[in-house]
Design a binder for this molecule. Structure first.
Ligand SMILES: *Cc1c(COP(=O)(O)O)cnc(C)c1O
Length: 388
């Protein structure tokens, strides 16, 4: 038996062979013409994936948290007011992060599994004086997706910059950054972008760059300072090398390949595929009588699913049983529900067959744990959606 186990966690995910080939190719100089070309093309492709023709892309070595830091460090000055909309652990992380940069932070925190209503955000923004608002598009600790289609409009109305943590959504959930007037949409390589961990990716609107250029004080972080990275991004896009910190050469080459694949699929098709696979997987979980963390179906993300395990089931043993049945899924992350939940990523290079295999592996784990359900009910429900 081949040692194949599907990696179905909310990042890192399964990667395409061509992406891994680029990653494993001999490392070139960061000024080699072929690399300069790949970097420049990756930056151009980001604009198409983010659907933000006027945006300024940034690619910096680091994880998704660095992408959050790039936003916070460059847009916040000590004493600025920030509104953090939190639907889980990653919203809370932004509270902590912006505070480190001297922001006076107000948090609108949803109960676990709930969203923050647009009206609640507006009630707070109308008070005025907010330099920026952050929203986690999909919070990976709860599987809750926020509607960000009107967020940009709200930000423009109240003179507040809008920052979307899209680490678990960009290239999986629909985002039209320019049309939706979002100032920052950030992510990391290892989630729906489909490249091994190590790149922080961010797209800044012209309005965000204006706010940055209008700063009175220098950026408190040396490595995250946009004034160091802007000339580098502009140079590579003009197909000339430049240096501030050594770029992650192989990861950038792999990013170029993955973005090319994403655009070849086409954004509408990609979003529709994620929506269908999520609907199938979530129908499977409903059919085996599991409760999902998002309180209502419209709150459920398309990139991952968070479920409560049946009462009395130990998560570590359950995860081990699911793995032995063929799929690696993740445990809980949110402190309030960590010991009672598990999470499944279904983003990037995922196909219907992977979803069926994963639902089947979860059924095997549930059966071993003594949960009562009709064997095959989850797989059948998922398949019905896939074939509908
Ligand atoms: C994964 C994730 C992060 C953090 O990314 P790292 O690469 O782990 O630093 C931030 N926000 C969201 C929504 C995430 O899913």
């Amino acid at each position: 038996m081949k040692g194949r186990t599907l990696l179905m966690i909310p990042g890192p995910i399964e990667f395409e062979p061509e992406v891994l080939q680029a990653l494993g190719a001999p490392t070139t100089s960061h000024v080699a013409p072929a690399f300069v070309d790949a970097f420049g093309r990756a930056l151009e492709r980001m604009r198409d994936v983010w659907q933000c023709p006027s945006g300024q892309p940034f690619v910096v070595a680091g994880s998704g948290t660095l992408a959050m830091e790039l936003a916070g460090a460059n847009l916040v000055e000590p004493g600025d007011r920030a509104l953090v909309v939190s639907t889980g652990v990653f919203g809370d992380r932004f509270e902590d992060l912006l505070g480190r940069h001297g922001a006076a932070v107000t948090v609108l925190r949803a109960p676990v599994g709930e969203i923050v209503a647009a009206s609640a955000m507006e009630e707070e923004l109308v008070r005025g004086g907010y330099k920026l608002v952050t929203v986690t598009h999909v919070d990976t600790s709860t599987g809750v997706r926020m509607d960000v289609t009107k967020l940009g409009e709200l930000g423009r109305k109240y003179g507040t910059l809008t920052v979307v943590d899209g680490v678990c959504s960009v290239a999986g959930e629909e985002i039209r950054q320019e049309e939706w007037k979002l100032d920052i949409v950030l992510t990391a390589s290892q989630k729906a972008i489909g490249v091994p961990p190590g790149l922080a990716l961010l797209m800044a609107s012209p309005r965000a760059l204006e706010a940055f250029h209008a700063r009175r004080r220098p950026v408190g972080s040396y490595y995250a300072d946009w004034s160091k990275w802007l000339p580098v991004m502009k140079a590579y896009e003009n197909r000339t090398p430049s240096y501030f910190g050594t770029p992650a050469v192989n990861l950038v080459a792999a990013l170029d390949v993955s973005l090319g694949q994403i655009l070849a699929e086409g954004m509408p098709a990609r979003f529709a595929r994620h929506a269908l696979l999520a609907k199938a997987f979530q129908a499977g979980m409903d059919a085996v009588r599991l409760t999902q963390v998002p309180a209502k179906p419209p709150y459920r993300a398309h990139t991952l699913t968070a479920c409560y395990a049946p009462e009395g089931i130990g998560i570590p043993a359950f995860l081990e049983d699911v793995k032995n049945a063929g799929a690696i899924v993740a445990g809980g992350l949110h402190p309030a529900i960590k010991d009672r939940t598990f999470r499944v990523g279904h983003m990037g290079a995922v196909r219907g067959a992977d979803v069926l295999a994963t639902v089947g592996a979860i059924e095997a784990g549930l059966r071993r744990a003594g949960h009562r359900f009709d064997a095959g009910a989850g797989v059948a429900a998922a398949q019905r959606v896939l074939l509908s």
